[in-house]
Design a protein around this ligand. Sequence first.
Ligand code: HEC
Length: 286
Amino acid sequence: MKKFSMLAMFSVAAAFSFNAQAADRVGDFTLIDNTGKAHQLSKYAYSKALVIISQATGCTANQENIARYKQLRTNWDHRGVTFVMLNSDNKDDRAGIRAEEAIWNYDFPILDDETQLVAESLGITHAGQVVVVDPVRMNVLYRGPLPAQPANAPLGQALTAIVADGADSRQMETVTVESEAAAGCALTFPARDAALAKVPDYETEIAPILIERCVGCHVEGGIGPFAMNSHMMIQGWSPMIREVIMTGRMPPMQIDPTIREFTNSGNLPVEERQKLVHWINAGSPR
Ligand code: HEC
């Protein structure tokens, strides 16, 4: 009896410490890179880790570290780690990213986070930050600068842990190392800040987007698998709605607008995607 209660106490303690230390999770996303290629987080499931280097044009911390980024990749890619860059700077566009690449030759795919929603979900605040994600469990394991001594610094420790045989990121925690933004590397998030100050309004801002973009199919008897006919229905489907927006699955017919404009493409404007996701992040309030 005594033994039993001791065991029960242990398992309660274990459950608590597990929750307290659980790593930050991210949702799936799809972004297009500087060459026009699409990258979906879940499609990197063959990698043990995805290292995401936040990048911005004119960011000195990026420009001065190119050789070290490449060295880090050389040290880890043969151990199952994949590397990409992520441009979430709202003053940059695809042409600007390509021009920066032509000058500096980063030689990493540079994903264009034009809505900044991926940076927000990863907890990125400035370019030059490095984030390590387990693409299977979608847990963030490291968020911080590229340290001077990669092997024994927190970044190297996070990579060593996740590439180990039998590693399970559900039993790891997110290590966040704070650092100042170098010149040209600070990111601002005006859409997120506006949504934090005032959550987008369901009736005047959210419902009109859904009516224009989705309800044509998501209606009683329509080809969409559920009808967007009440706030409760939309609130219930919100996690899925956020996922299909972040992965570009809905509306159907998403076409890279830098290749060619199609009048019948299903692309949602940047502001509409931001509004929908910020509203869902706030709990899809009425
Ligand atoms: C042209 C018709 C059409 C439009 C427009 C459309 N959908 Fe869909 N939607 C579908 C169909 C068909 C499915 C089921 C097949 C699939 O998942 O691809 C679906 C599935 C979904 C699902 C379920 C996901 C899943 O895995 O099955 C969600 C959530 C969704 N749509 C949200 C939206 C949102 C949000 C919009 C507007 C921004 C939208 N859809 C616009 C046709 C449409």
